[in-house]
Design a protein around this ligand. Sequence first.
Ligand code: FES
Ligand SMILES: [Fe+2]
Length: 308
Amino acid sequence: MLLVRGDDGAARAFVNQCRHRGAPVVKGCGRASGFSCPYHAWRYDRQGDLIVIPDERSFPGIERASHGLVPLPLVERDGMLWVLPDPDGKLDAAVLDAHLSGMEHDLASYRLAGYCHFESRVLERPANWKMPIDTFLEAYHFAPLHRDTVAPIFFANLCLFDAFGLNHREAVIRKSIQTLREQPESDWDFVKHTAISYQLFPNTVFVMQADHVETWRLFPSQDRPDHCLVYFDCYVPEVPTTDKARKYWEANVDLAIRTVDLEDIAMQVDMERGYQAGVMKEVLIGRNEPSLAHFQRAIHRAVTGTSV
Ligand code: FES
Ligand SMILES: [Fe+2]
């Protein structure tokens, strides 16, 4: 996928394949006045229009006007770009609202348009793509599994859950919330004293971490049910301009990776091996794990079209 902001200020998404023979037109990210395919140098502008075909005489009857990059449906809203990776699909504000089912109000409230990207990581792990998502869906495991990382920061086994269609929101509570007792209720700021995870069905977890945002996106990999790719991205409210600010956000990224990859996902990888053995026929979800139950029901509904 190729994402670009045009001269008119509009964000656009395209299939990242050249209309000549399908080579990727760009790799990585940055600034460019247009895109030149590295294979035979067909050139496109930032609106996706094809502007140069070298040796054009060899392509009689091929009109440049109808051979621009293939556009993908995109909605830009509240600092986020929502793209449907299907050129024939339909995505507009109404379709997006229907999918978010009310969650859009929370996302708008965070004023993400002012945020900037800080760091990304891509991990490949031997677990089903849904299992790393499970790790965000309950606080029951905080005390035993995260004893040396986030357990001192959060109340264990406590969460606030709300469903939004197939998506859901789960807030886990920082112990710092206790300081609010001494403050007038009009000064209370819930976001500051929580980590609020939004599961954007099916494969994205968006976490408002009080003062920054993490997203975790999961994809099956190697065409195997027991392997996945984990895309971690960290966004911060302003470009860090001092060493102190950079170190602060680096420490946050380090804590996220130590907690989620080295503790949560490591546990899921061990569990995947057990699941693959196929000996145990069922597992249990407690009433203290409502997000987990909602995710399982949402998957069932999406796959079968029926509720459980
Ligand atoms: S594949 Fe892009 S110019 Fe040939
Ligand atoms: Fe965890």
